[in-house]
Design a protein around this ligand. Structure first.
Ligand SMILES: C[S@@+](CC[C@H](N)C(=O)[O-])C[C@H]1O[C@@H](n2cnc3c(N)ncnc32)[C@H](O)[C@@H]1O
Length: 310
């Protein structure tokens, strides 16, 4: 049994109370655990599926995969933080936050032309598709998806979802260590999606190290990393670290639904893309502008910024 706060994260105060009330039923769970072990993982994507951040991430991911599919040569998708794949938006978790109503519900109602493929996929796949479901639906038989998920229950759900699918492999393991295990790929082409929950204070730091390490192992890969925008200072530091990392050909595509001024709320999000496909920057801007029109509040906006040249 898990209890979540308003933002879907574990609510320690509420949980302690729950523990005292239900002490004899032994329903309390461990509060803390080591990073990379799967213990003490509080974030569950089921609370957030289909929210504005998913729309941004998935609409841009679809664009990147479409570009990869333009060449006949097979490729690997490595999804390092995969979640459970498909999300029923009528569950208690999804309804508790209702975030999807300000995300995919609005997008599907408006169906902007720039988001045609993404909207079509969401409708075709039924339950809201997470990144591994989107990738699996778009890949050809010759392409491969490797999905990593550290939460034991979510990893089980994901394994069950892809049981018997030949070109999909699910691993219950630390996604930050996955590039070392799976790169370089035999296909010599890859999209690597890194989408951590930002539960750890050092998540930006770990992300830059993981990206730079992966790029060092396989420089031709297309690396895609999601990041939250609460206020500007952490994002500025993240960009500065990316610039210092030595990686080439790096862009950031970002959307803020309101001015990023309150550090306590997620006001926007973005994707850093290393080795973006040809034409990505222009297409990303079209997609983000369409999302801004549909999802933005007063002061909303978007930008595509080049952080490092080729
Ligand atoms: C933001 S969600 C992923 C959503 C998914 N990429 C999508 O777009 O549908 C982050 C996921 O990472 C998992 N996770 C957290 N730490 C992890 C780690 N070190 N390695 C792999 N998965 C992790 C969480 O359990 C959660 O399911």
């Amino acid at each position: 049994m898990r209890l979540a706060g308003r933002d879907g994260r574990f609510d320690e105060k509420a949980s302690k109370k729950f523990f005292f009330e239900k002490k004899n039923q032994k329903t309390f769970i461990t509060l803390r655990g080591g990073a990379g072990t799967g213990k003490g993982m509080n974030y569950r994507h089921a609370f957030h599926a289909g929210n504005f951040a998913d729309c941004v991430k998935h609409a841009l991911l679809v664009e990147i995969l479409l570009a990869m599919l333009r060449k006949d040569k097979p490729f690997l998708v490595l999804d390092t933080h995969a979640g459970i794949g498909r999300y029923d938006l009528q569950t208690i978790e999804a309804e508790k936050t209702g975030e999807w109503r300000e995300g995919i519900l609005r997008v599907l109602a408006a169906r902007p032309a720039a988001l045609k493929t993404y909207c079509g996929l969401v409708e075709r796949l039924g339950l809201y598709p997470g990144s591994p479901a989107i990738a699996a639906a778009m890949l050809r038989e010759t392409d491969r998806l490797v999905a990593c998920e550290l939460h034991p229950e979510d990893a089980r759900t994901l394994k069950a979802a892809f049981a018997g699918v030949k070109n999909v492999a699910v691993h219950e393991r630390d996604g930050f260590a996955a590039p070392k295990a799976f790169l370089p790929p035999v296909e010599k082409r890859a999209v690597v999606l890194i989408d951590p929950p930002y539960e750890r204070e050092d998540e930006f730091e770990v992300l830059v190290k993981t990206l730079a390490g992966a790029w060092d192992r396989f420089r031709q890969g297309v690396y895609v990393a999601w990041y939250p925008v609460k206020h500007r200072a952490p994002v500025r530091a993240f960009f500065a670290a990316l610039k210092l990392s030595g990686m080439r050909d790096v862009v950031a595509a970002e959307f803020w639904r309101r001015p990023p001024e309150n550090p306590k709320t997620m006001n926007g999000c973005g994707l850093v893309v290393v080795n973006p496909p040809y034409g990505f920057e222009a297409r990303a801007l079209e997609i983000l502008q369409a999302l801004t029109a549909v999802l933005g509040e007063a002061g909303a906006g978007c930008a595509v910024e080049r952080l490092a040249d080729e």
